[in-house]
Write a protein that binds this ligand. Structure first.
Ligand code: ZN
Length: 240
């Protein structure tokens, strides 16, 4: 059985033992991971991880709404140059966070810039949304490329809207501790579901094994069937 992680910050392990982590990921049965950046200072490190294991790690370049104060005026050029240098790369993480982000108008305009760049370069988007369903609902029509919502724990109404728009819904193992886990996981069709760790922050990548197990229980399917679909979904999403 093979696993995928659609949202991991490998650069934030801040380790010299990159090879050891890559070996562990391979030994655990990971087939693909999306390594997401949070700010321009991450771009070179994310690129380095992708260079070390190009068949395993898809780099994602973008600016997280928590770190808009870390960018300089030339951020669009920096971002574009990494996206062009890595043809397999995607955009992210980017998004809106009403709880913890910077000024909301800046967040919206920076997310819009990511959406425009995605359209121009035909790149999928890895999106962070916290308490921002209403704002995102207004931006959906501007998105022309595939996108995923990472660590989803939103309303069923919003989920319906996202699914009608062919979004991918990425689930973090932490969801299993929350009351609506079963409801959300049952609601997302198997061909729209992704799994992620958000390591080293929210979960460990090894927690994805139990997540697959619980998804298979909620959906009354075999673990292998779930894992195979999720792997295929990631491939469809990234075209990698
Ligand atoms: Zn993240």
């Amino acid at each position: 059985m093979q696993f995928t992680d659609s949202h991991i910050h490998l650069q934030d392990y801040k380790t010299n033992n990159t090879q050891q982590i890559i070996s562990d990921l391979r030994n655990c049965g990971f087939a693909k991971l999306i390594c997401v950046s949070s700010q321009p200072a991450d771009f070179a490190e994310v690129a380095r991880w992708a260079d070390l294991a190009p068949e395993l790690i898809i780099p994602a370049f973008g600016i997280h709404p928590w770190y808009l104060d870390k960018i300089t005026d030339n951020w669009p050029e920096q971002l574009r140059s990494y996206l062009l240098k890595y043809p397999q790369s995607i955009i992210g993480e980017c998004g809106i966070d009403r709880l913890k982000g910077c000024n909301l108008d800046s967040q919206i305009s920076i997310l819009r810039a990511h959406i425009k760049l995605a359209d121009e370069l035909h790149k999928p988007l890895n999106i962070h949304l916290v308490h921002a369903e209403d704002i995102f609902a207004n931006l959906i029509k501007e998105i022309s490329t595939p996108y995923m919502i990472h660590s989803f724990y939103g309303s069923i109404n919003f989920l319906n809207l996202l699914l009608r728009n062919n979004a991918y819904i990425s689930i973090n193992p932490k969801i299993l501790l929350r009351p609506r886990a079963a409801e959300i996981i049952r609601f997302v069709p198997l061909n729209r579901l992704l799994t992620e760790s958000d390591a080293p922050f929210q979960s460990n990548y090894r927690d994805i094994f139990n997540l697959i197990k619980q998804i298979s229980r909620f959906k009354s399917l075999t673990e292998k069937n779930v894992a195979d679909h999720i792997k295929q979904n990631l491939q469809n999403f990234t075209k990698n």
